[in-house]
Design a binder for this molecule. Structure first.
Ligand code: DGY
Length: 423
């Protein structure tokens, strides 16, 4: 069974492989996406190390001069996706979007390097990527934390990857829709509209893009001018974990300046994450940086905080929260509390379980010795695949497949889960 799943996963990645980068899935997402690519590289590395490094290198070849790594690289034209390069109009030589995505590259590169079967070759690739990833991390703290709080904000829901999370509902209400140019959505032609964000949400996504475009994508201005500025604990945990992985790699190869800069970010960031802890919810919450209030919404972002080196007591509390979720959902980890009336088990990030998030939460729990909870998450992930195939995401109550099909990063996570299980 495991071998058949592995072969099927390889086949899916192969179909979505365009040579130097993968698309998340044909049709719905026909370009290179930032965190999809980095997490896919982890799966690829199990059978093609060279190709795994190339996946990340291709992404970083499109890093902006200011250090940002964009969330989409539009390598080739494709009319089947909206919003395409003409809407973003970022003026990059090969068109890219103008916002970023969860910075998993530092974490992925450490995985690739430490498992390398060709360490000499891996060292060359690592040395070239290290300063680029570091520049991206520094960009975050410079441009998305201008008040030096230790935590970065996202300025567009797409930056978190959790496009339509319940976390954004109130903050998103402040984003106007006047002046949005008429558009035709393409996503609902490829996937069930009931699994996708609403039209009202799309109008706000586009309004924000139009605002940023009117500011010439100048990252020294975007944060303060955006009506949407949210501090996401999961996003910050990913950044802090990548800083830690980058620091460890930098120490190993003698890049001491990078190592000490990254360590300083971690020290401040881990302390600052505490401000997002809610005793009432028993987990971390998002912070609305515009109002200064914690957002009362128990999403998976608050559990993903375990991906960073947070205090043991917090990790145990998160594990307890996951045990409680298991009483309300057949398949861990729902992206939102199923007992919340706003929960929707099929609609993208308002309930469904995602294998990439499961992977990061399980990894974080294992770092703290919470293997039993991690094992449950991995078992549920494999059950979802066996039952429902390589979907984009899954209904955590029924296990039904949702969103896109033949999904690259889902396949990559399956390969990684199977490899970790067989150790
Ligand atoms: C989409 O188009 O649905 C993406 O999530 C934006 O990155």
């Amino acid at each position: 069974m495991a071998e058949a799943l592995f072969e099927r996963a390889k086949e899916i990645i192969g179909k979505n492989d365009l040579g130097t980068y993968t698309v998340p899935t044909h049709g719905l997402y026909p370009f290179q996406w930032n965190w999809d690519s980095c997490l896919t590289a982890i799966g690829l590395a199990h059978y093609d190390e060279e190709r795994a490094w190339t996946e990340i290198e291709t992404l970083f070849a499109h890093q902006w001069d200011d250090g940002m790594v964009p969330h989409i690289v539009f390598h080739k034209e494709d009319e089947g996706y909206f919003p395409g390069p003409d809407v973003w109009a970022t003026g990059q030589p090969i068109p890219t979007s103008g916002i970023t995505q969860p910075p998993v590259a530092g974490f992925a590169v450490r995985r690739l390097y430490e498992r390398a079967r060709d360490p000499a070759r891996a060292l060359v690739r690592l040395r070239a990527l290290l300063p680029k990833i570091h520049a991206w991390h520094e960009w975050f703290y410079r441009c998305r934390d201008p008040q030096a709080t230790g935590l970065v904000a996202v300025i567009h829901p797409w930056e978190t990857g959790r496009d339509n999370s319940i976390d954004w509902d109130e903050a998103f209400d402040r984003v106007p829709t006047e002046g949005v140019l008429p558009f035709t959505r393409r996503d609902t032609q490829h996937a069930n509209p009931d699994h996708r964000p609403t039209q009202a949400q799309y109008e706000r996504y586009i309004w924000l893009i139009q605002l940023f475009r009117s500011l010439n994508w100048d990252n020294s201005q975007l944060h303060d001018n955006s009506p949407f500025r949210v501090v996401d604990p999961g996003f910050n945990a990913i950044l802090l974990r990548s800083c830690a992985d980058l620091a460890a790699l930098a120490e190993e190869v003698g890049e001491t300046e990078i190592a000490s800069a990254a360590r300083a970010r971690i020290a401040t960031g881990i302390d600052a994450l505490e401000t997002l802890w809610s005793e009432e919810f028993g987990q971390y919450l998002c912070l609305d940086r515009v109002t200064g209030d914690l957002i009362e919404s128990a999403s998976v972002a608050g559990l993903l905080a375990v991906f960073a080196d947070i205090p043991d007591s917090r990790c145990r509390a998160v594990a307890g929260r996951i045990a409680w979720l298991k009483e309300h959902a057949a398949y861990l980890v729902p992206s939102h509390d199923p007992t919340d009336p706003r929960f929707d088990g099929a609609r993208y990030w308002r309930g469904p379980s995602w294998l990439i998030v499961n992977y990061m939460i399980a990894d974080g729990l294992r770092q703290k010795g919470l293997d039993r909870t991690a094992d449950k998450i991995v078992q549920d992930s494999i059950s979802l695949i066996e039952q429902s195939g390589f979907a984009e995401y899954y209904d955590p109550i029924s296990g039904a497949p949702c969103g896109g099909t033949s999904f690259t990063w889902t396949a990559a996570m399956v390969i990684e889960f199977l490899a970790l299980e067989s150790r």
